[in-house]
Design a protein around this ligand. Structure first.
Ligand code: ADP
Ligand code: ADP
Length: 218
């Protein structure tokens, strides 16, 4: 099942900067695709187009689901809300009744290993735990397509590795399609079934590497 399909996508901002040129990309359910490349090659632009947060100026982009989750590098939590109330936020904005969103939040908090921290405020949590809260918030919407913009880039190596393993477990459990941006080739290979290498200005796809499923992962 195809979740998002880019054909010959180009994007020129109003400032005149062309961020992307001739990008073809498909993400299906059960695929975890990572995008690596230097700063400025258009990775974030690509993700924002896939999320429908940005338009494109050339080519076609088809997204076959409106259940899209988005996790940024900054966990973007509301500092005055507890973990539980932060996790409920998206469900709340989507108009889920109180009982349903409480149930969705409890399940998501459990999935990311934050049970026991429901009443904590963001400032009482470690960076890794804040990122888990952000992940849980997206999980309440049970996304078909999960987009990640360098989510663990600001975390230390050990926390990052732990969260990568959590993410692989969530991916195996939930079977969504993933599109994950990172600076780290090692992280990309560890996480994904396909690595897309981007480069240049404007950014283009310069290589696509399929990672064997049975590659030893430690
Ligand atoms: P990356 O995520 O790989 O660092 P970006 O997608 O952020 O790349 O940026 C690609 C190019 O588009 C850069 O030259 C950047 O300056 C430009 N750019 C990004 N966002 C905007 C914007 N909102 N307006 C104008 N130019 C932008
Ligand atoms: P993570 O890998 O989720 O970032 P850390 O390595 O930062 O976790 O923290 C390790 C453990 O320390 C956490 O799983 C949690 O049990 C505990 N911990 C961290 N911060 C706090 C806190 N503010 N209050 C209570 N326990 C905490």
């Amino acid at each position: 099942e195809t979740l998002v399909e880019f054909r010959d996508i180009g994007m020129t901002y109003e400032t005149g900067t062309t961020a992307l040129e001739g990008v073809d990309l498909t993400v299906r359910r059960g695929e975890f695709v990572t995008v690596v490349g230097p700063s400025g090659c258009g990775k974030s632009t690509l993700l924002r187009i896939a999320a429908g947060l940005e338009s494109h100026t050339d080519g076609t982009c088809e997204t076959s689901t409106d259940r899209v989750g988005f996790v940024f590098q900054d966990a973007t939590l509301l500092p005055w809300r507890s973990v539980r109330r932060n996790v409920e936020l998206l469900a709340e904005l989507n108009g889920l009744p109180a009982a349903e969103r409480a149930e969705a939040a409890a399940e998501a908090i459990d999935l990311v290993g934050l049970a026991g921290f429901e009443s904590s405020l963001p400032r009482q949590l470690s960076g890794g735990m804040r990122m888990r809260t952000s992940l849980a918030r997206s999980l309440t919407l049970d996304p078909d397509l999960f987009l990640f913009d360098e989510p663990f880039g600001a975390l230390d190596e050990i926390t990052r590795q732990r969260l990568n393993d959590e993410l692989l477990r969530l991916f195996a459990e939930r079977g969504f399609g993933g599109l994950f941006i990172t600076h780290s080739v090692a992280e990309a290979v560890y996480l994904s079934t396909r690595v897309i290498v981007m480069s240049g200005r404007p950014g283009r796809i310069v290589d696509v590497v399929d990672v064997p499923f049975d590659l030893p992962r430690d």
